[in-house]
Design a protein around this ligand. Structure first.
Ligand SMILES: [Zn+2]
Length: 121
């Protein structure tokens, strides 16, 4: 993991969000960003059609679950843009709470390593 990248990103996010440092604003904007990520994925299915989502009771334990096809360049770029907004507000929340973004990734990575397939996310 590139810790320098995460540290630099967190430092820059701190400078960019100078206008809105309210934790309440950050929390609600993060929720909006999360909804936009979901909407951009749904639009890849319903507007573009480059990917399809199907449902079943017991999805397979490996591979990409319930998704067929590949994102086209436009949809991928849109989803990445929306994910960037989500990461920005998560990082801003880290800044507001005095948490290092790198520590969040490291902690979760350790959790994944320890729990493996039993983490049941
Ligand atoms: Zn598409």
């Amino acid at each position: 993991m590139e810790t320098d990248l995460l540290t630099e990103y967190q430092r820059r996010a701190s400078r960019v969000i100078a206008r809105n440092r309210s934790v309440l604003d950050i929390l609600t904007k993060q929720q909006c960003a999360n909804a936009r990520v979901a909407r951009s994925v749904v639009k890849a299915v319903t507007n573009c059609g480059c990917v399809e989502i199907y449902g079943c009771k017991n999805p397979p334990r490996t591979g990409t679950v319930q998704l067929e096809g590949e994102l086209c360049e436009d949809c991928e770029n849109t989803i990445k843009l929306e994910m960037g907004e989500l990461v920005f507000y998560l990082t801003s929340l880290c800044n507001a709470l005095g948490i290092k973004l790198e520590d969040v990734f490291r902690s979760d990575l350790n959790r994944c390593d320890m729990m493996g397939c039993y983490s049941l996310r």
